[in-house]
Write a protein that binds this ligand. Structure first.
Ligand code: FAD
Length: 388
């Protein structure tokens, strides 16, 4: 088989990369090992982030609308951030973007990519048991956190891989739980380095998860203790919360705090979670930039690393600063003790934090330069802003 662009991974980033490449005129194959029964994790999106990434949310996959998020400290102090959000039906989401890809001319293929060998100015991708080969002018690795094709091609696609947050997320069921209007996330020692989350899915359904940095990939013990904490927190609102059912569990890695590393080589690009570009909406935008550049390069007949580096340049100009700031903020969070998180949330509670408004912007931008040099100063900065 031959094509201009072969995309490995039909999730958020890969679907957008394939669609953009096909719209740019390339002949595209999109391959996934779980094409028939995808089990993707991400299920919550906020309007602000989607708008920032240029993603238009489609009603067809919105399962429940949310009014915002609540950040909760270990002692239970809450800060409310009003912001339109969505719990999405992930199967409908995947089907919708698969449909758009097919409409743009993408050919879908079931199979597992093993490696992407460079042959002159093309790549040969070996699939499954090695029996089949696909010959592509550009291969895009959108295969998620493990990025096996990229690593086998000799790339280190993320910087700071030790900072990946390893996650365990359960779908749960309890009368009324899914009808809550706020996404909630707890910060502190119940999920060191990042967060524990509650996302209401409508009716009786919700998801509960922990995302932990610096404690290895098995985060089950953190999940168990969060579950207890969550039930204690909700006991006043729900009778019999102890009987809440766990329906299914998913595990994975969230590259929330890493930065993209080597994401371009001759005839090769890496995008989405595989490239440390965390989050659904931002992964979709990264995939779109990647696919657009891949199509332009194949049309011009130059798929060298130099030519494909336009992707890296565009991504850096749109997002690098924001990711760098996010990393500095999470480095601060990792260093905070529970009583400091409590103090922070207590001093912010009652203030209106508007996600696209001046308070957060002031916090983010006025301290940016200092924070990059000394991340712990973000804590002092926010405390001062909260007082002022
Ligand atoms: C538990 C959990 C919950 C999360 N929740 C959210 C959330 O609510 N909102 C949010 O914005 N972000 C969330 N994230 C982060 C988000 O999931 C990722 O940033 C994003 O999904 C990455 O998307 P992706 O398209 O890059 O890759 P993935 O979604 O990881 O998909 C990779 C695809 O590649 C395929 N694949 C892998 N290897 C191969 C191979 N060798 N050959 C062929 N196919 C292959 C897989 O089958 C899969 O379909 C969550 C992460 C985790 C772990």
């Amino acid at each position: 088989m031959k094509c201009d662009v072969l995309v490995i991974g039909a999730s958020a980033a890969g679907l957008c990369a394939a669609t953009a490449a096909a719209k740019g005129g390339a002949g595209v194959i999109l391959m996934d090992r779980d094409l028939d029964q995808p089990t993707h994790t991400a299920n919550t999106l906020f309007e602000g982030m989607a708008a920032r990434a240029g993603v238009q949310i489609d009603d067809c996959y919105v399962q429940k609308e949310l009014d915002g998020m609540r950040i909760i400290s270990p002692a239970g102090h809450g800060v409310t951030v009003p912001a339109s959000g969505y719990f999405i039906d992930r199967q409908k989401f995947d089907r919708h973007y698969c449909g758009l890809a097919e409409k743009a001319g993408v050919m879908l293929l079931s199979g597992e990519a093993q490696s992407a060998r460079l042959d002159g100015s093309r790549r040969t991708v070996t699939t499954g048991s090695g029996a089949e080969e696909i010959d592509a002018r550009v291969v895009v690795d959108a295969s998620g956190i493990k990025a096996v094709p990229a690593r086998r091609a000799g790339l280190q696609p993320v910087r700071h891989p030790e900072d990946i947050a390893w996650a365990m997320e359960a779908e749960v069921e309890h009368p009324g739980l899914g009808d809550e209007m706020f996404f909630q996330y707890w910060i502190g020692s119940m999920a060191p380095g990042w967060k524990a989350t509650f996302s209401p899915a409508g009716g009786e359904r919700a998801t509960l998860g922990v995302f932990v940095r610096g404690h290895g990939q098995n985060v089950q013990s953190f999940f168990r203790s969060f579950l207890q904490k969550f039930k204690a927190y909700k006991a006043g609102e729900y009778r019999d919360i102890e009987d809440m059912k766990i329906l299914s569990v998913k595990r994975g890695g969230d590259p929330i705090c890493v930065l993209p590393g080597e994401i371009v080589a001759d005839s090769f690009m890496v995008t989405g979670g595989a490239a440390g570009q965390s989050g659904l909406a931002y992964g979709m935008r990264a995939g779109t930039i990647c696919g657009t550049v891949a199509a332009e390069a194949t049309a011009e007949g130059d798929v060298s690393c130099r030519s494909l580096s336009d992707y890296e340049r565009q991504w850096n100009s749109e997002f690098f600063w924001e990711y760098r700031m996010g990393r500095a903020a999470l480095e601060t969070l990792q260093g905070l003790k529970d009583d400091e998180v409590d103090r922070l949330c207590r001093s912010l509670s009652g203030k209106t934090l508007i996600s696209d408004g001046s308070f957060l912007k002031k916090a983010a931008y006025s301290g940016a330069k200092v924070a990059l040099a000394r991340p712990s100063t973000i804590f002092d900065l926010v405390m001062n802003l909260a007082k002022g």
